[in-house]
Design a protein around this ligand. Structure first.
Ligand code: HEM
Length: 487
């Protein structure tokens, strides 16, 4: 070679002779099929896209670490990565919007995904939460319908407030979450200026086998800040990647964002008597009843080297627990335990755990073999069945999940409480007058284009039931009256 640049090669490593001109039959002749480099280049390009995530398609990611700051946490969980003060665990985080496509604007009103992967010495632990402590629905069976209303109208290909409000007004369990969404947290100033929540109740188990219910809160050390909706609209046009860029630049400049992780610990038996159903993800658990306990700090200090490899191919699964952390009977969580790993098999393939960003940092030892893109040696000559007499890896009974009593009949039933109004109303009443005014405006602006008056009135009824002042203010802004039957 004339200089010290590396030689361009085909995917098979053969040197490429010409990357500017395809091989033709003479100066003016057609292109020859023997130009393998040309065919390979065009064919590979055609296969660059993989399915985007069905939700949370647009996001940004970063590497970092988690450090335990409280020695007392091992009282509640035997999770190895939380065992002692000062213990550090590598992490990968992905923040996202929910409804938009992979190239959509960052500064829209939408919950933000807050996905966290801890590469612990006992395997990867994924906590796949949002920047809100609650969710729109409380049974996985409603999720596909809900998401259809957030995506595009099948006829027009347009976002459609008629679908959104038809669904929400017929699903009053959404009221609490949509109140967060239409308040100042609905458009965060940046990904750095928002909290993250595990949202569901999870189970922790300590060395003695004692069980606790736990709620996770990542509190932003940068503070929580919202974006003015008019500025957000402007930014969505000028720089659709505003939040991705902010995160990248902050880390590049050494201004590492951090979050303090707190947990609420709930004694096991309390699920029988607590005033709210602990497993209903549309409800919060009061900090007065169960104060937050500090666990540690999460710091993001390294940008991905390659967005596709690390962010697009990252796979977070809410069922991916480590010993000491287990599922609760939350119906949504139970559905998610199936849904994400299934999405990964479709989106990335059955061997998605072998992709470097998803690969555990401890050794993987199992009898899973073959499948598309098995690239880690496929277990070599080791046995591929169990039990075996070849000293292959075996289960460890001390790592079994803890038993949990169940009772009643197998049936499709709802949660016991249909009170969707108290907590949403409390959230409204907690707001300052300014915040309330912005909330009312945001709701009214979103509801205004809905064509059906029936849908608008149905939704106003929910606001009114949560707080008459709130329902009346939105009705007035929309030029409607709260129906007498509701008062
Ligand atoms: C992404 C399903 C509820 C937060 C996803 C994906 C699916 C999904 C299929 C795409 C996964 C992928 O392709 O990698 C569901 C179902 C739910 C549900 C069926 C209800 C039963 C929730 C809830 C939260 C949440 C309650 C938060 C509390 C997220 C986040 C992502 C995501 C943060 C993005 C993951 C990433 O960064 O890669 N969801 N979801 N989802 N979901 Fe859910």
């Amino acid at each position: 070679m004339a200089n010290n640049r590396k030689n361009l090669t085909t995917a098979a490593g053969a040197p490429v002779g010409d990357n500017q001109n395809s091989i033709t039959a003479g100066q003016r002749g057609p292109v020859l099929i023997q130009d393998f480099h040309l065919l390979e280049k065009l064919a590979h390009f055609n296969r660059e896209r993989i399915p985007e995530r069905v939700v949370h398609a647009k996001g940004a990611g970063a590497h970092g670490y988690f450090e335990v700051t409280n020695d007392e946490i091992s009282k509640y969980t035997k999770a190895d990565f939380l065992s002692e003060k000062g213990k550090r665990t590598d992490m990968f985080i992905r923040f996202s919007t929910v409804a938009g496509e992979v190239g959509s604007a960052d500064t829209v009103r939408d919950p933000r995904g807050f996905s966290v992967k801890f590469y612990t010495e006992e395997g990867n632990y994924d906590l796949v939460g949002n920047n809100t402590p609650v969710f729109f629905i409380r049974d996985a069976i409603k999720f596909p319908d809900f998401i259809h209303t957030q995506k595009r109208n099948p006829k027009t290909g347009l976002k459609d407030p008629n679908m959104v409000w038809d669904f929400w007004s017929l699903s009053p369990e959404s009221l609490h979450q949509i109140t967060y969404l239409h308040g100042d947290r609905g458009i965060p100033a940046t990904y750095r200026h928002m909290n993250g929540y595990g949202s569901h109740t999870f189970k922790w188990v300590n060395d003695e086998g004692d069980q606790f219910w736990v709620k996770y809160h990542f509190v932003s050390d940068q503070g929580v800040k919202g974006l003015d909706p008019e500025l957000a609209d402007k930014l969505a046009g000028e720089n659709p990647d505003y939040h991705r860029e902010d995160l990248h630049n902050a880390i590049e400049e050494g201004d590492y964002p951090s979050w303090t992780l707190y947990v609420q610990i709930i004694p096991f038996e309390d699920y029988k008597t607590y005033k709210w159903d602990l497993f209903d993800v549309t409800k919060t658990v009061s900090k007065k009843d169960y104060p937050r306990i500090e666990v540690g700090k999460m710091v993001l200090n390294r940008n991905p080297e390659n967005h596709f490899a690390e962010v697009e191919q990252a796979a977070f699964a809410p069922g991916q627990f480590v010993p000491g952390i287990e599922a609760s009977p939350d119906k949504m969580l139970q559905g998610r335990i199936f849904s994400y790993a299934d999405a990964h098999r479709y989106r990335l393939g059955v061997n998605n755990h072998q992709i470097p960003v998803n690969r555990p940092k401890n050794e993987v030892q199992n009898y899973q073999r073959d499948g598309y893109m098995s690239v880690d040696g496929n277990g070599g000559s080791k046995p591929n069945y169990e039990p075996n007499s070849l000293n292959g890896p075996a289960e460890d009974l001390t790592k079994k999940t803890t038993p949990f009593d169940v009772e009643g009949q197998a049936d499709s039933v709802s949660y016991n409480s249909d009170d969707h109004y108290t907590q949403a109303g409390d959230l409204y009443r907690l707001m300052s007058d300014d915040e309330k005014a912005r909330l009312v405006k945001n709701f009214a602006d979103h509801l205004r284009p809905v064509e059906s008056e029936e849908i608008k009135l149905r939704q106003i009824e929910h606001f009114y039931k949560a707080d008459p002042e709130w329902g009346s203010a939105i009705a007035e802004d929309l030029g409607l009256s709260v129906p007498e039957s509701v008062k």
